[in-house]
Design a protein around this ligand. Sequence first.
Ligand SMILES: *[C@@H]1O[C@H](CO)[C@@H](O)[C@H](O)[C@H]1NC(C)=O
Ligand SMILES: *[C@@H]1O[C@H](CO)[C@@H](O)[C@H](O)[C@H]1NC(C)=O
Ligand SMILES: *[C@@H]1O[C@H](CO)[C@@H](O)[C@H](O)[C@H]1NC(C)=O
Length: 338
Amino acid sequence: MGRMKCMAMPLVALALLSLFLWTADASGAPPKPRLQWHYYRNSCRYAEEYVRHQVHLYWNTDKTIAPKLARLAYSDCFVNGCDGSILLDEGPNPEKKAPQNRGLGGFVLIDKIREVLNSRCPGVVSCADILQLATRDALNLTGAPSYPVFTGRRDGMKSDAASVDLPSPDITWQKGLSYFQSKGLNVLDMTTLLGAHSLGQTHCSYVVDRLYNFNGSGKPDPSMNATILNSLRKQCPPRKKGDHDPLVYLDPESGPKYKFSESYYKRILTREAVLGIDQQLLYGSDTEQITEEFAAGFEDLRKAFAESMYKMGNINVLTGNQGEIRQNCRYTNKGKSN
Ligand SMILES: *[C@@H]1O[C@H](CO)[C@@H](O)[C@H](O)[C@H]1NC(C)=O
Ligand SMILES: *[C@@H]1O[C@H](CO)[C@@H](O)[C@H](O)[C@H]1NC(C)=O
Ligand SMILES: *[C@@H]1O[C@H](CO)[C@@H](O)[C@H](O)[C@H]1NC(C)=O
């Protein structure tokens, strides 16, 4: 254990060095305006304060907003970049209708913030930025670290469920890693961002295979600790298609308290993870090292989480005169006036 920890340290330390050196268009894309620190400081001076205030008000009545926004930001950024396309209702089949996006929430708060900003500084702040800022502020209330959200994103003009390539929660970690890598993120980002599973819930349908018929064996997943197996079996009885599909916490320790913590990683070490992809972090040598490091030290997790959220928020952003600033986050400006 001690040796593993020492070996794992440089992984995180090295990655952290790159925090402010990392750029979104390292791929050789044509130069375009970059996101900026406090982009709205002249055009809408208190934009970030308005967002934070609304997030606080909402959190006081509904703490589920934190995992909801985190999931919304992930669903936005990983599919065609952080362009607010997940917020669109427009078109025959918007992204939010894709099966992987079932149960998304948080739209009501985004609408509320849009309304406030429309009255304070109309036409200035993008919905894509609202989502990133609100996510940071909501996560911060759960005890997740604060991280820099550079601003100046523009809103995308289209949203198509057919382009949603998000993996299902019941995939293997190898597939999860290939997916993250295809978006320019790495194994540390994946292991770190999965830590958001210390918040939030999932449907029983994504775990019943592990409980009753793992990989077609007719038996439970042998990597599961009996404690969590028995508790999940109570919450998720064997089901047939069409049966009620209850929700379970992804981390029964921190989830119900809406508290971001390292318990998610500790539970992986005691084989008490809820989703297969979480438990499988023990199967890869990099992911195992990182899991041990995070389980042992919250501070490392905090730093890595801040960096990975920052990176995620920079995936394929629109800037300059690309896209638009939507007046209503659910419709493009053209779509709204039609
Ligand atoms: C939340 O954000 C505030 C302001 O940026 C910061 O001082 C505080 O440390 C953050 N909380 C956590 C848990 O990081
Ligand atoms: C599932 O079963 C197949 C075929 O029996 C096997 O090749 C594969 O390794 C198994 N996967 C896991 C995760 O056990
Ligand atoms: C199973 O979980 C318990 C805590 O609920 C823990 O004490 C035990 O070590 C775990 N078993 C394994 C094999 O990790």
